[in-house]
Design a binder for this molecule. Structure first.
Ligand code: GUN
Length: 279
């Protein structure tokens, strides 16, 4: 009863590879990374490796931690104006001296593979097609659709209101005719709300949800990534508290996505799918 992101992402990547092989102009994904954040470095390495495995050209621009906003804007503009580059991703977070909003606003919306720019976010908000769909929310919808999880008319509860996951997820689920509730750190009655959810999407990075807080046979999508006391990757769902073993947990849910092996690989596959768009 798992939402197996590892398996579904492989299927998507095969499709992407097939499509790229038939394209005359090959997509070219450029990634800018500033500084030495270890998690960001791993993400960027995975993106580059995956792009190359499906035939998408990739360039990584690595800038030092003390890069100024002006230098980053110059590098970004070179990519904006490079006709060979079809998609641009600026890895977040950025060092403190750089204003993230200034950078996001400077990305050419037609190359904004993350759907971060005001133009693309605004398009999504008013129901117009953005040039690229938000990457993680699109990956989650592809995962739910693969397993035929019904969305229309269902109550979807999102925990977390970030610009990367929570807010765009809400907009995309509304477009699919779900009833959407967005919860966050100031929500007072989180437990009561999630008990009413058919689909729960948790993107917090802390173990905020216990299995038995949710309705029996609901669908749980775990977007959280953190490390437990043993350094092992773990999500927002506290599997250990309510049950003795894995089978009990998976039987309790209609579907549940594991960490790792759930949303993570879907996000990369979704990015590759977006990279096929040449605008
Ligand atoms: N940092 C963490 N997730 C993301 C993402 O989806 N896109 C970018 N650009 N940076 C991130």
């Amino acid at each position: 009863m798992l939402l197996d992101g590892k398996k579904v992402s492989k299927i998507i990547l095969e499709e992407v590879k097939e499509k790229v092989s038939k394209m005359d102009k090959k997509p070219h994904l450029a990634v800018i990374i500033v500084g030495d954040d270890p998690a960001s470095k791993i993400y960027v390495r995975n993106k580059k490796r995956t792009a190359e495995s499906v035939g998408i050209k990739s360039t990584v621009v690595e800038l030092p931690e003390d890069t100024t906003e002006e230098t980053l804007l110059n590098e970004l503009n070179k990519l904006n104006n490079d006709d060979d580059v079809t998609a641009i991703l600026v890895q977040m977070p950025l060092p403190k001296q750089i204003n993230q909003e200034h950078i996001i606003c400077a990305i050419n919306p037609k190359k904004d593979v993350d759907c971060f720019t005001p133009e693309n976010v605004g398009r999504l908000a008013i129901g117009l097609k953005p040039y690229f769909n938000p990457v993680t929310p699109q990956g989650i919808l592809l995962l739910l659709d693969h397993y035929d999880v019904p969305i229309e008319g269902k109550h979807a509860v999102i925990i977390g209101r970030s610009n990367i996951v929570g807010k765009p997820m809400a907009r995309m689920l509304l477009k699919r005719n779900a009833t959407v509730t967005v919860c966050h750190s100031k929500t007072k009655n989180l437990a009561e709300i999630i008990k009413t959810a058919d689909i729960i999407i948790s993107a917090v990075g802390k173990k905020v949800v216990r299995c038995k807080m949710v309705k029996y046979k609901s669908v749980f999508v775990d977007v959280g990534i953190s490390r437990d006391t043993n350094g092992k990757l773990t999500g927002d769902l506290n599997w250990e508290v309510d049950f003795d073993n894995f089978d009990d947990v998976t039987e309790y849910f209609e579907r549940v996505s594991p960490v790792p092996g759930g949303v993570g690989p879907m996000t990369i596959a979704s990015l590759m799918l977006n990279s096929l768009n040449i605008n």
